[in-house]
Write a protein that binds this ligand. Structure first.
Ligand SMILES: *Cc1c(COP(=O)(O)O)cnc(C)c1O
Ligand SMILES: [Zn+2]
Length: 418
């Protein structure tokens, strides 16, 4: 059983049944899942959650679908890692990394897809589809395979090769489109009316899909001992994840699971090559102007973000900030996280870490705050972005002489253990 009241238009508040609907017939506003929070509060406890599975499904009371056997590869419950060495480099105090590289297909998209396909299967869909910048394609193809559903994923043809391999290997249909993600997404919107039997994770099922991102907030709070952080840094593609992380903290507060009640400041991270939200934030604008993306952070390369305005609103109303970083800063961010904490992130993670560094330097993120940075995808997915910037320290002949001549480590650092 779920605690879903139905769907509600985010703009005009009109109510709809919990079906495969995503826009309001009256004002074209996006629909959102509404819950009966009083009923949730009456049953939910920290103990009930802690006794649940070590996956996103331990938070089923606050998800839009309940199923004894969800479409599940084990998404969620990823490590929250205290990052003291990174914090010291950035001049911060208590810093944590939410390491979503540890998800089944290597990105946070497994959270949203597990929810979306579980709902799609319940609604009777047999085909899972999506428009993707890469990670969603990986996750839809994998979860569809697990569920025995057909999958059709549409991707821009210039994606990283690892993301294409990681999609095609699961045996679904992969359609590479010569165009940007925004072109692919527009095509999918058209296909949704042509192919009513297909569940497009980020179109007609998007309302449910989006809810999966709340589990990032749920896990962070649980892993901090049912306390909310002061500040969270979230990468922005469509902006959905950022808005749902805020919704997640709000829901925990609403149903009484948090020991503290402060608002969480939410800051957004983008690449300068695709920064419609960061630009609007910097200009104090009320509209998001679409851009044509050109960045190595392909998983965030959405020039016309569906939830961009809502993300901007969350950032402003929570007292957060938003910034953008260059491709070189993204590579440096990947290297910094790997070198200080041993976590290898994809380019989107580089965006998060580089933006964290920028906001720490400007004072927008302070050393007295408990900060969480969301690292949302694994570095092997975008290894080619580092081509030419990482290499063997030295290449030598297989002799002791050659090794010693190379001067690999200073003996004062690398003497015998004492
Ligand atoms: C999709 C994606 C994001 C952005 O999520 P949105 O909800 O589209 O803003 C961030 N990081 C990674 C690794 C992604 O794949
Ligand atoms: Zn409406």
């Amino acid at each position: 059983m779920t605690f879903v009241d139905g769907l509600r238009c985010r703009e005009c508040g009109r109510a709809y049944p919990a079906e495969a609907l995503h826009v309001c017939d009256f004002c074209f506003g996006p629909l959102e899942v509404a819950y009966d929070y009083d009923a949730v509060a009456a049953v939910i406890t920290r103990e009930r959650i802690e006794a649940g599975p070590r996956s996103i499904w331990r938070y089923a009371d606050l998800l839009p679908v309940a199923d004894a056997a969800p479409v599940d590869l084990g998404a969620g419950f990823t490590p929250l890692v205290r990052a003291d060495r990174l914090a010291a480099e950035l001049g911060l105090g208590e810093l944590w990394i939410k390491d979503d590289t540890a998800n089944p297909t290597g990105s946070f998209k497994d959270r949203v897809v597990s929810v979306a396909l579980t709902k799609a299967r319940q609604l009777g869909f047999k085909v899972a589809a999506c428009a993707s910048t890469g990670n969603l394609a990986n996750s839809v193809a994998a979860h569809a395979a697990r569920a025995g559903m057909e999958s059709v994923v549409l991707i821009p043809s210039n994606l990283e090769s690892a993301k294409i391999v990681m999609t095609a290997v699961y045996g679904g249909r992969v359609v590479a489109v010569d165009g940007t993600y925004d072109d692919v997404n527009r095509l999918c919107a058209e296909l949704t009316s042509e192919r009513p039997g297909w569940a497009f994770a980020n179109v007609n099922i998007r309302t449910y899909y989006a809810e999966g991102s709340k589990t990032l907030a749920f896990e962070v709070a649980e892993q901090l001992g049912w306390r909310a952080p002061d500040h969270v840094v979230v990468p922005i593609g469509s902006g959905s994840q950022l808005t749902k992380v805020a919704k997640g903290f709000g829901e925990l507060r609403r149903v009484g699971l948090l020991h503290d009640t402060h608002t969480v400041r939410i800051s957004g991270a983008q690449a300068t090559g695709c920064a419609p939200v960061a630009t609007a934030f910097a200009e104090g604008a009320d509209v998001i102007r679409p851009v044509k993306p050109d960045t190595i952070a392909k998983s965030l390369a959405i020039g016309n973000p569906a939830d961009g305005w809502y993300a901007l609103d969350v950032i402003r109303s929570s007292g957060g900030s938003c910034a953008a970083v260059t491709d070189d800063e993204i590579r440096a961010g990947i290297g910094l996280l790997a070198r200080t904490e041993g976590i290898f992130a994809e380019t989107a993670g580089g965006v998060t870490i580089a933006t964290l560094a920028k906001l720490a330097a400007s004072g927008a993120i302070r050393p007295d705050e408990r900060v969480v940075a969301l690292v949302t995808g694994h570095g092997l997915k975008t290894a080619e972005a580092l081509a030419g910037t990482v290499a063997p320290t030295v290449t030598i002949a297989p002799t002791l002489e050659a090794f010693n001549a190379a001067g690999i480590l200073d003996e004062t650092v690398a003497g015998p253990p004492s």
